[in-house]
Ligand binder design. Sequence first.
Ligand code: 5GP
Length: 261
Amino acid sequence: MARRRQIYEGKAKILYEGPEPGTIIQYFKDDATAFNAQKKGEIAGKGVINNRISERIFTALGGIGVPTHFIKRLNMREQLVREVEIVPLEVIVRNYAAGTIAKRLGLTEGERLPRTVIEYCYKKDELGDPLVSEEHIACFGWASQEEMNDIADMAIRINDFMSGMFAGIGIKLVDFKLEFGRLWDNDFSRIILADEISPDSCRLWDAETDKKLDKDRFRQDLGDVADAYQEVARRLGLLKDDKGEEGAVLDFDEHRNKRGK
Ligand code: 5GP
């Protein structure tokens, strides 16, 4: 088989040219980074789990009419997506105080915010993805006003949907990060949801105990990182049983095929 052309390697994913023009293959790695890649490590099986969790969420969002880049999952670590021109913004949606907002504004971690807050960060690793205002976005032309309206509307809808979805499995959606892209059709483009949604990009706390079930376990050296990701997958119904062994517990078609069932 011909080698695929690699388009880009990020901190947690590799992008390859897809089989058709306008498509891309997203490969999910086990690599984990934090604090703008100053902290590096690996979370065993993370790529496999994030591929499945992100597939589940993107499919569900597509089902409620949110346009996304997701086409289909290809195998344990890869999914086929539409090629977009990424808007250079990280769109952060917050329901409870945690992370940088808690630090910046002196809030107590876990405090419910008076209302949902959307923040924008300029995607620029060299600058550590700084927080920016809509004035900066307009001034530097990172997105048009119409695109920002679409992004904010989608972010709120996604938050409403995901908050309910996670509440149903005993998880509090503290905050999360989204990325959007432009899908071009001749001279016209529309904004669609891109990248991934997983415990790498969300803060997810157990609703009863506030136990962290996300990348903060890695960032803060809390231990049992892979277990926490598996717990989210298990509650979403993506794990078949409880043996705790990566792969064997995941309900993948390819595993069934390998076993000849
Ligand atoms: P904070 O600004 O508090 O560090 O992050 C807010 C939310 O956005 C958290 O859920 C965090 O996981 C997510 N987030 C912020 N920056 C990044 C990033 O560069 N990559 C990923 N995967 N998630 C991010």
